[in-house]
Design a binder for this molecule. Structure first.
Ligand SMILES: [Zn+2]
Length: 122
């Protein structure tokens, strides 16, 4: 399952950057061409995050529309559907410029201050 593998990587990355802090939100950029099903990814993420510092975090997914530059006429088209065709000349000879993204853009974590208070209470 495609989404489960991606979720595994996302949780790994988030946990590594959190460095022991509790992650509350994970902001993810996903290009349209990755053909990720957001609901499936969200479900997988919750599953994989269990027992890690990322458990209970909300996954915020931002989809990046695909775009490509026509190799024949040089027009850059935003691609809304398959097959990918140039908006100007209708050719399919496009070089993809956007839409293949797949990365963790940022993390939101519990304030460091909270952790300090917790430690002081012990
Ligand atoms: Zn063209």
């Amino acid at each position: 399952m495609h989404e489960l593998a991606i979720a595994g990587h996302v949780v790994d990355i988030a946990a590594r950057h959190a460095d022991g802090r509790t992650v509350t939100k994970v902001f993810l950029k996903v290009g349209h061409l990755r053909q990720v099903v957001p609901s499936a990814l969200s479900f997988s993420f919750d599953l994989v995050a269990q027992g890690t510092t990322v458990e209970g975090a909300e996954m915020v997914l931002e989809e990046v529309p695909a775009a490509g530059r026509c190799q024949d006429c040089g027009t850059e088209s935003v691609l809304k559907s398959f097959p990918l065709l140039c908006e100007a000349c209708g050719e399919s000879n496009l070089q993809i410029t956007r839409g293949e993204e797949l990365y963790v853009e940022s993390l939101e974590m519990e304030e460091q201050q909270n952790n300090e208070e917790l430690i002081a209470d012990r």
